[in-house]
Structure formats: C-alpha cells, structure tokens
Design a protein around this ligand. Structure first.
Ligand code: SF4
Ligand code: SF4
Length: 380
C-alpha cells in the first residue's frame, strides 16, 4: 500500500516529503538500492539524497529508478533528487564530474545540487570568489540544476555566513534532539525561505536506533528515535534524512510521514522526562552548551567534548559517545581536531562558565571515560 504523504516547500525547489532517503549506506548492490527506494516510496518518501562521493550510489540510483519505472510503474518524475559535490577542484574538473553525475543518475537536470561540506572559511570563499562560484553560475545558466544548497559540519559562525551569503536556497545541517546547537541556524534559514534538511537524526543524532535502557525508559511511552523525529518536525525542519540500510528502518518513518504538527502534551512530557533523568544522572555537572567558555587558548572544543559527556552519562549512549570522541583528530575538517588531552590546565575557562563547572576536571574525566586504544587495522 502506498501512503499519501504531506510535502513541504524545500527552498526554491520542488516540494519534498517530511523524510528523505539518504543513500550513503545503500550502495552494496542494485537489489539493496532498489528495495530501499521502493520501500521509501511505499512509505510516502519522494526525496532521494546522494553524492558523487558515495561510491556507486549515483549509478545504482539511476538503475534502480529505471527498474522501478518498468516493474512497478513508479515513475522517475515522482522523485526529487539531491546530489552533492565536494568543494574542491577547478571549473573543468567540477563540470566533468557533474556531467558524470547526471549521466549516472540518468538525468538531464538535477533538482538540487549541494556543495558537500562547507566546513572551513576557504570552502565558502571557493564558492563566493573561486572556481566553485564559476561552476555554480555555469550549471545554473545552462539550466542543469534547479537550486544550489550546501551541507556543513563547520562552526556556527561559518554556517551563519553561508546561510546569509544569498547563494544558497537550501542547507543540510546537523540538527538533533541530543544536540540542539544548530536549531537556531535552521530557523534563520527557514526565515530566509531556504529548505532545511536534518542530516541523519537517527545515527549522527546519537545512534538512537540503538537506545540505552536509560533512554528507553525515560522516553516512555515513545521510542527515543520517534521522539527525536517529532521534535525536529515540530520545529519546522523541512525534511529529515534517513540513512536506511534495511526495510525495517522505515517503520517509524511510515508512522510519522504526516506528523509535522506541534508536539502533543504527552510528547512534551516524555521529552521533559528525558531531560529530568539526564539532569539526575549528571548531578549538576551538565554542560548547557552555552559556549561562554570559548575561546580556549589550547583550542579545545569544550562544548563538543562535554556534550559527549552529557550524552554518555545523562542519556546512556556511551558507545555512540566513544565512537565520536575517538574520531576527534582523525576526520580532517569533518570533525574536531583536539580532544581533552590537549587541556593545559590553565583554568581560564572556569570563571567564564555560568554553570560554574570545573571544566578541566570534567574534561579529564571525559577523556578517561571515552578514550579507546586505536583499533587494530584488519589490513595494511
Ligand atoms: S583549562 Fe584547559 S580547557 Fe580550560 S581554557 Fe585552559 S586549556 Fe582550555
Ligand atoms: S560555559 Fe560551561 S555550560 Fe557553557 S558550554 Fe562551556 S562548559 Fe558548557
């Protein structure tokens, strides 16, 4: 049975469903891509999100959509597609890669093209004053794209600048119930009539498909992931991306495909209970994410590290927090560069914290709690 689903305006582009199928994890083979896209369609999703850098994703999408047309009468024109290009390379490189993306997706024109990872000032400069800008103008002038957007894992200030630069009509941001630091940026973008996509609320949002007993109990009678989705949809976020790997990943999505209404009193009280339990577990040591402690002379991302502490102790998502903490310094500009071991113990941050937290001590504890020995590589 195909579900009729609500669509929301996504920037200057076509309307999209409240959920988007992210295809990064669907690239094993054509069968997998085909069955996930078919299931997404049956759940009411009309928006696919991909990137040239996701291995064979674009080729598999092109093939899967062709097969869906012939075998299921699910027509290509029903889909809105977003692909992405990395902010690097010169005009000819970008032009050739983009033509290749269109060929792989079997499209003459793409609905949405995002610059993938405006994480540093130099990336935005590449768009505003460099080869990226030249490429965007060429793609728009030749009617190869409906609208241009960006994704970012960068700082608050950089994202704010990108939203305000008047080049982009949509943005893909990290917006999560367990990390609300970018929600005000989403609202800024929505106010400017941009489309806003939340990147991976299930996985990057705290691995909520695998909740701790603490989180499961404190969110009753809801599943934590269901509440996290509802929280974002009720905030007006246009669409939430689902990096599905199996058919069951659509169960909650299908239930919420038309659920953009305000939170109910029962949902509000479950969300409040999650916070109450987290406060109790953290015993007055919760970092409120106000960022008043910055800058740190050793450039330690204090709020980000203490947020992982909140998540591991307050919400019980220890494995997720460990994974993120141990990625620090290993993911280039896609994540933070310095972990808590770089703290000099200068105590400059302590008087700046309105919650009167003993930050250096908490950083030390967090490092001890989350650091793991580098895993042995299976090859090389
Ligand atoms: S005590 Fe550590 S975290 Fe605080 S300002 Fe000094 S170096 Fe930065
Ligand atoms: S000032 Fe205190 S509460 Fe605010 S982000 Fe820094 S550590 Fe957290």
């Amino acid at each position: 049975m195909i579900i009729h689903s609500q669509k929301r305006s996504f920037g200057k582009g076509c309307n999209v469903s409240l959920f988007t199928l992210g295809t990064m994890r669907a690239t094993d083979n054509l069968n997998k891509m085909y069955s996930l896209i078919k299931r997404a369609h049956n759940a009411g999703i009309n928006h696919l999100e991909t990137a040239a850098s996701y291995g064979k994703a674009e080729i598999l999408i092109g093939e899967a959509l062709k097969k869906l047309e012939t075998s299921e009468k699910i027509f290509r024109k029903e889909w809105i597609i977003t692909t992405k290009v990395l902010p690097k390379g010169d005009f000819n490189y970008l032009k050739n890669n983009f033509k290749n993306s269109l060929k792989n997706l079997k499209l003459k024109k793409i609905h949405n093209l995002a610059i993938h990872g405006i994480n540093l000032e130099e990336h935005l400069d590449w768009v505003l004053n460099g080869e990226g800008g030249k490429f965007i103008k060429w793609a728009s002038k030749n009617d190869l794209v409906n609208q241009i957007g960006f994704s970012s894992h960068g700082s608050y200030k950089l994202i704010e600048k990108a939203i305000n630069c008047e080049v982009f009509s949509f943005c893909n941001l990290h917006l999560h119930f367990l990390d609300q630091s970018k929600i005000s940026l989403a609202h800024l973008a929505l106010k400017k009539k941009m489309g806003v996509l939340a990147i991976s609320p299930a996985d990057k949002g705290g691995r909520l498909y695998d909740p701790s007993d603490t989180l499961l109990k404190s969110s009753e009678p809801y599943h934590p992931l269901e509440l996290a989705y509802r929280f974002l949809l009720s905030k007006g976020i246009t669409t939430l991306s689902i990096g599905a790997t199996k058919i069951e990943d659509f169960n909650i999505v299908e239930r919420l495909i038309n659920s953009s209404q305000n939170l109910t009193s029962s949902e509000i009280s479950a969300l409040e209970n999650i916070e109450k339990v987290a406060d109790r577990e953290l015993k007055s040591s919760k970092c409120e994410q106000c960022r008043s402690c910055l800058p740190c002379p050793s450039e330690i991302p204090i709020p980000e590290i203490l947020r992982l502490r909140n998540i591991s102790i307050g919400y019980g998502q220890l494995e997720f927090a460990k994974e993120r903490y141990n990625l620090i310094g290993r993911a280039g500009h896609w994540w933070e560069e310095k972990n808590a071991s770089f703290c000099l113990g200068c105590n400059e941050c302590i008087p700046k914290c309105p919650s009167k937290l003993n930050i250096p001590e908490l950083l030390k504890q967090t490092h001890k709690l989350l650091i793991e020995k580098p895993k042995k590589r299976l090859w090389g």
